[in-house]
Design a protein. Structure first.
Length: 214
């Protein structure tokens, strides 16, 4: 018996307009190369957040090959994005796609570790999209808070770790228990953080939307 959530996903895929063909192509390339990219329901969601908020400045932590960057720019084409990734090959591919789509002038691409970026960053952002390695999420909370403008929004993908935060089967224990501990620690720290108002959404692989409230 298929559960409510899976049914909703299948139904929404049939009614929701798909991405433009050029963006579908970036997705196809990513899937073919086994490069991690956001799911389409996350893409639709982050585009809507950007359309509603029209952030002047966006920080994307873990931009990969630009799939999510493009979803955000579809929602708010005038935003300026700082897009970071530690993987040089992906950053180069990201640049090529941004040149092809015509959005390259809106994006400052940085091939570095987010942790290093934060060490000498003096910019403030209206929106931060955190989509890097889950085990690093908790360690970047303070840096994200510091460089978010008051009222700004932090959106985080994969806070359910493909369902693993709900519990692991015995054969998953060895491989995933450290990751689960990290993601749970992140979720709990965010939920209790006095500077953020949080909403955990059972969309995609679990999305956290947090607003800086002080
Ligand atoms: C899930 S992928 C990003 C997918 C991308 N947001 C998209 O949907 O197209 C995660 C990316 O984060 C990068 N990454 C992981 N940890 C990082 C860190 N600490 N600093 C910078 N980049 C990181 C990886 O190289 C990888 O390309």
């Amino acid at each position: 018996m298929i559960d409510f959530y899976s049914q909703a996903l299948i139904y929404l895929e049939s009614v929701q307009p798909s991405a433009p063909a050029w963006l579908e192509q970036i997705k196809e390339d990513g899937l073919a190369q086994k490069v991690p990219i956001i799911r389409d329901d996350m893409g639709v969601f982050i585009r809507m957040i950007c359309a509603l908020r029209q952030p002047e400045t966006i920080l994307e932590i873990g931009c990969g090959i630009s799939y999510a960057t493009h979803w955000m720019l579809l929602g708010s084409p005038r935003s300026r994005v700082v897009a970071i990734d530690s993987n040089q090959q992906r950053v180069e591919q990201c640049k090529t796609y941004l040149e092809e789509s015509g959005y390259i002038d809106r994006v400052e691409l940085r091939n570095c570790w987010a942790e290093d970026f934060f060490k000498d960053n003096h910019q403030y952002f209206d929106l931060i999209f955190q989509d890097s390695t889950k085990k690093g999420y908790a360690g970047m909370i303070d840096q994200c808070y510091q460089c978010l403008k008051p009222g700004g929004i932090l959106v985080v993908d994969n806070v359910f770790f493909n369902g693993k935060v709900f519990g692991l089967t015995p054969d998953q224990e060895k491989k995933y228990s450290n990751g689960v501990v990290s993601v749970r620690a992140f979720n709990e720290k965010m939920a209790k953080h006095p500077g953020f108002e949080c909403s955990f959404l059972p969309l995609s692989d679990g999305i956290l939307v947090a607003q800086r409230i002080r």
